[in-house]
Design a protein around this ligand. Structure first.
Ligand code: Z5A
Ligand code: MG
Length: 259
């Protein structure tokens, strides 16, 4: 086992222990804040000796209630079962001090200027950037529930200029794959109803959907999220595995919205 592999393995074991020691630990009850580490082994036992070999950065995006969290939680055990090192992340990460400010704002416990909250969402990604890079380079695939596209789509829907919204995201790591779970806002609203958080209103979600379309690029795959959970899951599995293997074979990291 190489030094890098031993290091990766020991990191994963300590993180994994931290999580699994929690009473009532269960995937579907993950707090809204965290990433979920498991074991690291893919680079250690598959005979890959390539400097660009790494984990894949997989992002799930889409309107409220389109099924991002359900599908992330299903992808995780699937990849893990195939022996890949994988973690489940989500943004906003409500566990950090920035994340707590965001959480208070989303639950209407605090008021913030639209530009200020936009920058806080971005800062919340920046504070995880170096850990993200370290994990990917160590061979861990990250399944990320919402990322910069949510940041830009939601703030632009409030009327802030799209380019202004993108600017603080420039230089974050670019996803290898964005899975956009496509659903009409009306249909999403029927799923269990919206809660009490900000943005959970049909008119606003319609605007968000329009801005998401502006952000589409070659890393995106559009999935019909009106299908059953199982059918969506089946389609995601095939696409994701393909990207995990490509990144494992070797693919340089790239930066978001940088020329
Ligand atoms: N926000 C922002 O403004 N700027 C940023 O930079 C970021 C976020 C990162 C909080 O996000 C808010 O922050 C969010 C955007 C903004 N506001 N909105 N809207 P969040 O991720 O914490 O939001 P959430 O509360 O987790 O909701 P969600 O993520 O939008 O829902 P979801 O994860 O997409 O859906 P789900 O929880 O998996 O499923 C919802 C229900 O539908 C559930 O009962 C499922 O069982 C059901 N479901 C799922 N799939 C299906 C299918 N295929 N068929 C039938 N039923 C289904
Ligand atoms: Mg969710």
């Amino acid at each position: 086992m190489t030094h890098a592999c031993s290091l990766a393995l020991s990191k994963a074991l300590s993180f994994g222990a931290l999580f699994t020691q929690q009473p009532n630990f269960h995937l579907n009850r993950l707090p809204k804040c965290c990433f979920m580490p498991v074991r690291m082994e893919s680079n250690c036992n598959m005979g890959v000796n390539n400097n660009d070999s790494r984990g894949a950065l997989i992002v799930l995006e889409g309107l409220d209630r389109c099924g991002k969290t359900s599908q992330s939680s299903r992808l995780f055990p699937y990849l893990e079962g195939l022996g890949h090192s994988v973690e489940l992340w989500r943004f906003p990460d409500r566990s950090t001090s920035v994340g707590k400010m965001i959480s208070a704002y989303l639950s209407n416990q605090s008021q913030l200027d639209d530009h200020t909250i936009h920058l806080l969402f971005s800062a919340n990604r920046w504070e995880k950037r170096s850990m993200m890079e370290t994990k990917l380079k160590a061979g861990t695939t990250l399944i990320v529930d919402r990322y910069s596209y949510s940041g830009v789509a939601f703030s632009s829907a409030k009327g802030i200029d799209v380019e202004w919204c993108k600017a603080p995201e420039i230089g974050l790591l670019a996803p290898d794959l964005v899975l956009y779970l496509d659903i009409p806002p009306e249909k999403a609203a029927e799923r269990g109803g919206y809660g009490s958080e900000r943005y959970e209103h049909l008119d606003f979600q319609r605007k968000v959907a329009q801005y998401y379309q502006i952000l589409r690029d070659s890393s995106w795959k559009i999935i019909d999220a009106c299908q059953s959970i199982e059918e969506v899951e089946k389609q995601l599995r095939e696409i994701v595995l393909d990207h995990v293997i490509t990144c494992h074979k070797g693919k340089p990291l790239s930066l978001l919205w940088s020329s």
